[in-house]
Design a protein. Structure first.
Lengths: 211, 81
């Protein structure tokens, strides 16, 4: 992997490269903001020492991750122009099965190391980005968050790209497994054979991140 | 020498244990430990081509040599997220 200083997605974040589109004005009722305290004036104060990378049984919310990526000790905190977030949820169906709940198992010490590797991959591809990545283990019910990601970057396109890249890499190489309990049985879900040096998988993650 | 073997998800179910301790011959590799396990739990053979190996909680090549006291882990295809 080369120590390039060019963001992985090229220069798409620069102004004036794409035509502006007009969207119809929002007309629905506005839902409460996901995962944020309704009584808070500034939702990111009050969170200190949130780890950027973590795995454990605690329920996930986005707010601590946003606080974590915006806290840049000793750095120019005014340089961030965007935070993008991703929350992965337990869905009630999979491959025509009615899912009842999931159980996540992880090799936790190794998962932390792998999250660090993903953060390092991000740092090479999006210099200046800051990534937070939390994964939950144990029994999760339908609608529970299994993974939460936040990325702070100077420009918005890169924040989205980093989130997408990180979730793709979690699915490729994090030593985590889900067991699906559905109507009439249960099964271990088996996705990708994990190989952190698989260059095709790395290229695929970059491709979808920059799409 | 003695090695600790850690198994996850379906591999753990097949072996009926998350952690095993086994004697290994000197010159053993991640791969030879896997073959030893397959001898003990033939159902594991189905995972021959899809497992990943880890040594002391880091990804390892299957030909990596192991030493006394090492922890070897075998990972079926992952499904986090």
């Amino acid at each position: 992997m080369s120590a390039s200083t060019t963001p992985a997605c090229g220069r798409s974040h620069q102004r004036g490269t794409r035509p502006k589109r007009r969207l119809a004005p929002f007309s629905g009722t506005r839902p409460p903001p996901l995962g944020f305290r309704a009584d808070s004036v500034h939702p990111y104060t009050g969170w200190v020492n949130v780890p950027l990378l973590s795995i454990g049984p605690e329920p996930l919310t986005l707010e601590p991750l946003v606080a974590a990526v915006l806290a840049r000790p000793g750095q120019n905190i005014g340089g961030d122009g965007a935070v993008a977030v991703f929350l992965g949820l337990v869905r009630n169906h999979n491959l025509d099965r009615e899912v009842r709940h999931l159980e996540y198992e992880a090799f936790e010490p190794m998962a932390r190391t792998v999250f660090g590797r993903i953060a390092a991959e991000v740092a090479v591809r999006w210099p200046g980005a800051r990534l937070a990545l939390h994964h939950r283990v144990g029994r999760l019910e339908i609608g529970d968050a299994s993974v939460a990601i936040a990325a702070a970057t100077p420009h918005r396109a890169d924040a989205f790209a980093v989130c997408r890249y990180a979730i793709e890499r979690v699915k490729h190489i994090a030593p985590i497994w889900k067991r699906e309990f559905f109507e009439g049985g249960d099964v271990w879900i088996e996705g990708a054979t994990a190989n952190p040096d698989d260059t095709e998988a790395l290229a695929a993650a970059e491709r979808v991140a920059c799409a | 020498m003695r090695v600790t073997i850690r198994l996850f998800a379906r591999l753990r179910d097949i072996a009926g244990a998350a952690e095993l301790t086994r004697e290994a011959a000197s010159g053993a590799t991640v791969s030879s430990i896997w073959q030893q396990l397959v001898g003990e739990f033939p159902e594991l053979a189905a995972y021959e081509r899809s497992i990943s190996g880890a040594l002391n909680a880091e990804y390892a090549r299957m030909d990596q040599p192991i030493h006394d006291g090492d922890e070897v882990a075998f990972l079926p295809p992952v499904s986090g997220g």
